[in-house]
Design a protein around this ligand. Structure first.
Ligand code: FES
Length: 117
């Protein structure tokens, strides 16, 4: 069966937002890259859990629909992110599923690249 497109809106701190589509199973770093989004410094480690630049903030109701568990490695990285919230995840660790269709995720203003911090 064909995978369905899932719509995601990335909202930057300056108010700019991009609404794009990804496939089920794509992570939120892939989606940003595939759509060539202008997100400064986002995804610096290319999804290897070595930075925290792919930090995204979800709405509470969407956060609960994320299928991937937050691992200790991810938590350690998140601790280094600016503006950490209870609904924060690293975009490269979150894959799209149907329940996430139509979500808006916030891209925090400051990026902290753990490799240079
Ligand atoms: Fe570096 Fe996600 S891209 S941790």
């Amino acid at each position: 069966a064909q995978k369905e497109w899932i719509e995601v809106t990335y909202q930057k701190a300056d108010g700019t937002s991009y609404t794009v589509q990804g496939k089920e199973g794509d992570n939120l770093l892939d989606v940003a890259i595939n759509n060539d989004l202008d997100l400064d410094g986002f995804g610096a480690c290319e999804g290897t859990l070595a930075c925290s630049t792919c930090h995204l903030v979800f709405k509470k109701e969407d956060f609960d629909n994320i299928e991937e568990m937050c691992t200790d490695e991810e938590l350690d990285m998140l601790d280094l992110a600016y503006g950490l919230t209870d609904e924060s995840r690293l975009g490269c660790q979150v894959c799209l599923n149907k329940k996430l269709n139509g979500i808006t995720v916030k891209v925090p203003e400051g990026v902290a690249d753990a490799r240079t911090a």
